[in-house]
Design a protein around this ligand. Structure first.
Ligand code: 9MG
Length: 282
């Protein structure tokens, strides 16, 4: 990847000449406080505002859980959860908003509301998603996964080394996007930690992430609080931050330019410290 690269994300230019942090904002029912949608919208705004103040370059808004075992939601329901939050983040905070969705309707509506990026864990494979993404004019993060959230962690296996499987899949998705008219300058890639992968797959994939740099597109990674940390360190979800910081550091060292995390402030420090050392070698 060109070390001075930047990405046009709607009205925002995202400088990717150094690693950036993406703050996670889930707007699924389990993340709403029980005071109703109005209170929830206000909670979401305050939470996003805090993450931006802590140094997040963008906020990733998601209305459908992609946790292992999660059931899909209808496009209508997803849109009702996501659209008011995107609109408020853009209008009130002028934030760079990424929308975590696989749904064409949500892509179109979010772009119209001023979102700056599409984060699709299904890599635009859903019917109509590629056309919607092209029409949005926004950059798109393509992520590797095997299976669907409902069943993806039931004994995942690969016939080739995990980094080769992931690189082959992502290269094929890039080729399909380009063939349809989505320019490569608008693409980011994500190995999809935890999406149809055992702990061993995840650890090896991070170790060999340099393989994905060969695709010469910006790399985004999400490992924050994931079960790979819980399993290695035997920690519940609320005690996984130190493990997550170690993984963020390693990911930056192996070429990641965007870290998708819950804990923004400590990740910004870890990433900036790591970068201060790495850039001595540039
Ligand atoms: C929505 N979501 C959950 N985990 C993710 C990950 O690892 N990467 C991306 N791009 N999105 C994710």
């Amino acid at each position: 990847m060109n070390p001075t690269a930047s990405l046009m994300c709607g009205r925002h230019r995202l400088d990717l000449s150094y690693p950036r942090v993406m703050g996670i904002l889930n707007v699924t029912p389990d993340s709403f406080s029980d005071g109703g949608r109005h209170v929830a919208l206000d909670d979401a705004l305050r939470h996003a505002e805090r993450m931006l103040a802590e140094g997040a370059a963008m906020i990733d808004v998601g209305g459908e859980s992609t946790r292992p075992g999660a059931d899909p939601v209808s496009p209508q329901e997803e849109l009702e959860r996501v659209a008011p939050v995107v609109e408020a983040l853009v209008r009130e905070l002028d934030a760079l908003v990424s929308v975590d969705t696989s749904c064409p309707e949500v892509m179109r509506e979010s772009a119209a509301l001023g979102a700056g990026m599409i984060n699709d864990v299904r890599s635009l494979e859903r019917e109509g998603a590629l056309a919607a993404a092209i029409g949005s004019g926004l950059p798109v993060c393509l992520m590797h996964r095997q299976g669907e959230p409902r069943d993806m962690q039931q004994a995942p296996r690969y016939d080739v080394p995990i980094e080769e499987a992931v690189a082959d899949y992502l290269a094929a998705r890039v080729a399909e996007c380009e063939a349809a008219g989505l320019r490569r300058e608008r693409l980011l890639l994500d190995p999809g930690f935890g999406f149809g992968k055992t702990v061993e797959h995840n650890l090896r994939l991070l170790h060999r992430m340099g393989r994905l740099s060969e695709l010469e597109l910006p790399l985004l990674v999400g490992m924050s609080r994931k079960s790979m940390i819980g399993k290695v360190l035997e920690r519940p979800v609320e005690e996984r931050l130190p493990g997550g910081l170690a993984l963020s550091t390693l990911a930056v060292e192996r070429g990641a330019r965007i870290l998708r995390v819950h804990d923004v402030a400590p990740t910004v420090d870890a990433v900036n410290m790591t970068w201060a050392v790495l850039k001595e070698g540039c």
